[in-house]
Design a protein around this ligand. Structure first.
Ligand SMILES: Cc1cc2nc3c(=O)[nH]c(=O)nc-3n(C[C@H](O)[C@H](O)[C@H](O)COP(=O)(O)O)c2cc1C
Length: 175
C-alpha cells in the first residue's frame, strides 16, 4: 500500500502554506491510511554543510520520513521568486531520499506574479531524483485565508485536486 507524507516548510507560526498543508493532510488521511505529517519548524534542522548536518537528529528524522513515503506534498512559502530556502535546505539535507517520489506542491505567496516560482525546485526534483511532479500546483495569496481557514472556494478545490492527483499518480506507480 502506498505511503504519503505532507511536509510544511514554513518557519512562520501563522503560515498560510501550513494552513493548506493541514487541509491536504486531513483529506489525505481520509483517503489513505498511511499518511505522515512533518513540520520543518519543529525539527530544529541545521543548514546543509555537506558534512555534520547529515548526522543530526532532525535531518535524520526528515530523511527517514521522506524515504518511507511514496507520495509527498510540499507546502512552501514563496520567497524572492523561488520557494523558501527552508524548502531548498530540506532537499540538500535529504538528497537521494527523494528518488522516485511523486510530489505535489502547495505554495503560499504575497502576490500573483510569482506563480512560476516553484518550477526550478520542481526541475531539480525531476532531474536530480527522477521525481514525478503533479502538473497542478496550488498557488494562494493571503486573500484566500480567513484566520486558519481556507476561505477561497477555488483554492480549497485546488487543494482537493492536488491531493486527488497525488493519490492517483502514486497508486498508479506504486499501488
Ligand atoms: C523574505 C520574503 C520574501 C518574499 N518574497 C516573495 C516573492 O518573491 N513573491 C511573493 O509573491 N511573495 C513573497 N513574499 C510573501 C510570502 O510569499 C507570503 O508572506 C507567504 O504567505 C509566505 O508563506 P507562508 O505564509 O506559508 O509562510 C515574501 C515574504 C518574505 C518574508
Amino acid at each position: 500500500m502506498a505511503k504519503f507524507l505532507v511536509v510544511s516548510a514554513s518557519g512562520n507560526p501563522g503560515s498560510n502554506s501550513r494552513r493548506m498543508a493541514r487541509v491536504a493532510f486531513e483529506l489525505l488521511g481520509k483517503a489513505e491510511p498511511e499518511c505522515e505529517w512533518i513540520d520543518l519548524r519543529e525539527l530544529d534542522l541545521p543548514v546543509c554543510d555537506a558534512d555534520k548536518c547529515y548526522g543530526m537528529p532532525g535531518a535524520q528524522k526528515l530523511s527517514t520520513a521522506i524515504k518511507a513515503a511514496d507520495g509527498i506534498i510540499v507546502a512552501a512559502p514563496v520567497y524572492n521568486y523561488d520557494v523558501s530556502a527552508s524548502a531548498k535546505n530540506m532537499i540538500e539535507l535529504t538528497g537521494s531520499a527523494w528518488e522516485d517520489k511523486v510530489v505535489g506542491f502547495l505554495c503560499a505567496a504575497g502576490g500573483m506574479s510569482s506563480y512560476m516560482s516553484v518550477m526550478s525546485y520542481a526541475n531539480s526534483l525531476m532531474l536530480d531524483f527522477r521525481c514525478v511532479i503533479i502538473p497542478r500546483f496550488v498557488y494562494a495569496t493571503g486573500s484566500a485565508f480567513e484566520g486558519d481557514a481556507v476561505k477561497d472556494a477555488k483554492i480549497a478545490e485546488r487543494i482537493e485536486q492536488v491531493v486527488a492527483e497525488l493519490v492517483r499518480f502514486t497508486n498508479a506507480l506504486r499501488g
